[in-house]
Design a protein around this ligand. Structure first.
Ligand code: SF4
Length: 447
């Protein structure tokens, strides 16, 4: 029963994706494909230690023409050039508990995804599409009908009186209703009255640049799913006392949210303890999304919207689907700290070869499900290799001129405000100076 139902849903999902792909096939781009084009809205200095690790977070949006053209060529990765040429880890991977696997991933080692796993990913994408929308563009209007927010346009263009040079919270216009443009089905969350903003097509993203004074390090990248206007009864909802949001028009803070699909065993485990304990990787992932956004955007909380598929991982329970059975798991306590996440990322990205790895970073809890078993075995042998020249090339990070130089070659950073290209090295110096002057690590110079 579940299989037949799931196949039907997946067929519909595939049809929708194919239609989108057909539209993409018409995309043309004169932009260089050997450079990622990224429009910068904001830069935050998160860590400024001349003799230690430096980190800043660049938040902005991709050039969608370039992205559409790449997708039409079968390249789905929006930070394609960056990921290919600079040591990098994705926000969704940095929570990976095993240090060996993190290292292998940061070298860009990947494998073909087996069909059974691909089916589970497709179910996840299909549920995400149902929950937050797969094509419709949400519009939020004020009481006079003026559009406050349009899902097509990068977020902070709609934030009036937004003052980027301060961390002061701003009060926003009042949000009255959600309309849907287009003929597609309304998403589950919009139907249930949530006011949220979907990061449609992964348009908005961020790059954390993490490096030491010798230029070692790399980047951490990601794209959030959606941000949710925090309703007045959020605390009651997360305590299980209310089911639907109530908006009074006074709300002005947001919740960083991610959609996850899980089987009933994992779901029950989370319900019996907490998401931060059971899935610390989601905690890290949402924390990275949240910390990259400008403080004035008031994204104050984080949560996971989880759909319980039922007993099977590769099928969806029809009843759960028809009843839209999703649950909200908030991150109520701050288990993870951004400083620690940056250090963890640095320690992965700065490693040059297996001899830099430490056995204590190995986590064998999930070896049974690990794709990296064969490579891991080779790395373990190489870890104690006295002759470093004998280490297979595949496991050694190529020599680099330093993260900032490499970054400059791979990504064109364009100021979203002025349209001018930003020089990442100059920018770093300016940022560091500004941070020192303000004696404040959250200095921001761009929007
Ligand atoms: S097989 Fe186990 S130890 Fe090796 S990379 Fe995978 S999870 Fe880590």
């Amino acid at each position: 029963m579940s299989e037949v139902f799931t196949n039907k849903l997946l067929f519909e999902h595939k049809k929708n994706s194919k239609q989108r792909k057909t539209r993409l096939d018409k995309a043309v781009s004169s932009l260089p494909l050997n450079t990622d084009i990224f429009y910068v809205k904001n830069i935050k200095v998160l860590r400024n230690k001349p003799a230690g690790i430096n980190a800043f977070a660049i938040y902005g949006y991709h050039d969608m023409q370039q992205a559409a053209f790449r997708r039409s060529q079968g390249v789905d990765n929006l930070f394609h050039v960056l990921h290919t040429n600079v040591p990098s880890v994705r926000a969704s991977d940095i929570g990976e508990r095993c240090g060996i696997k993190r290292f292998l991933k940061s070298l860009g080692i990947t494998y073909e995804i087996p069909d059974e796993r691909q089916r589970i990913f497709n179910i996840g994408n299909m549920i995400e599409e149902k929950m937050i929308g797969g094509g419709e563009i949400l519009l939020y209007v004020d009481k006079d009908g003026s559009v406050l927010l349009n899902g097509e346009t990068p977020f902070n263009e709609y934030v009036e009186q937004y003052e980027i040079l301060t961390d002061k919270p701003v009060s926003r216009g009042r949000w009255y209703m959600a309309k849907v443009k287009g003929k597609k089905d309304v998403s589950w969350l919009a139907e249930d009255g949530w006011v949220f903003r979907h990061n449609y097509g992964d348009k908005e993203g961020f790059i954390y640049v993490i490096f030491d004074n010798q230029g070692r390090g790399g980047v951490l990248t990601g794209h959030y799913d959606f941000i949710l206007l925090k309703p007045s009864n959020w605390d009651r909802i997360t305590a299980g006392q209310d089911s639907f949001p109530v908006y009074t028009g006074e709300e002005n803070s947001w919740v960083m949210c991610d959609v996850k699909t899980m089987n009933s065993r994992v779901f029950a485990k989370i319900c019996s303890s907490s998401i931060a304990v059971q899935k610390p990787e989601y905690d890290i992932q949402t924390l990275l999304y949240q910390s990259a956004l400008p403080k004035g955007m008031n994204v104050e909380s984080r949560a996971v919207f989880a759909f319980n598929k039922g007993v099977q991982s590769d099928a969806v329970d029809p009843e759960a689907f028809c009843n839209k059975e999703y649950a909200i798991f908030p991150f109520t306590e701050r288990f993870q700290h951004i400083e620690e996440v940056i250090e963890k990322a640095y320690s992965t990205l700065a490693k040059q070869s297996p001899v830099d790895l430490d056995m204590r970073e190995m986590d064998t809890q999930f070896c049974n499900w690990c794709d990296y078993k064969d490579d891991c075995m080779n790395v373990l042998i190489h870890m104690t290799q006295a002759d470093t020249d004998a280490i297979e090339e595949r496991y050694v990070r190529p020599k680099q001129e330093g993260v900032l130089r490499e970054l400059k070659k791979c990504v064109r950073l364009i100021s979203a405000r002025t349209g001018k290209e930003l020089d990442v090295e100059q920018l770093t110096q300016q940022l560091v100076q500004q941070a020192q002057q303000k004696n404040n690590v959250s200095a921001v110079i761009e929007r």
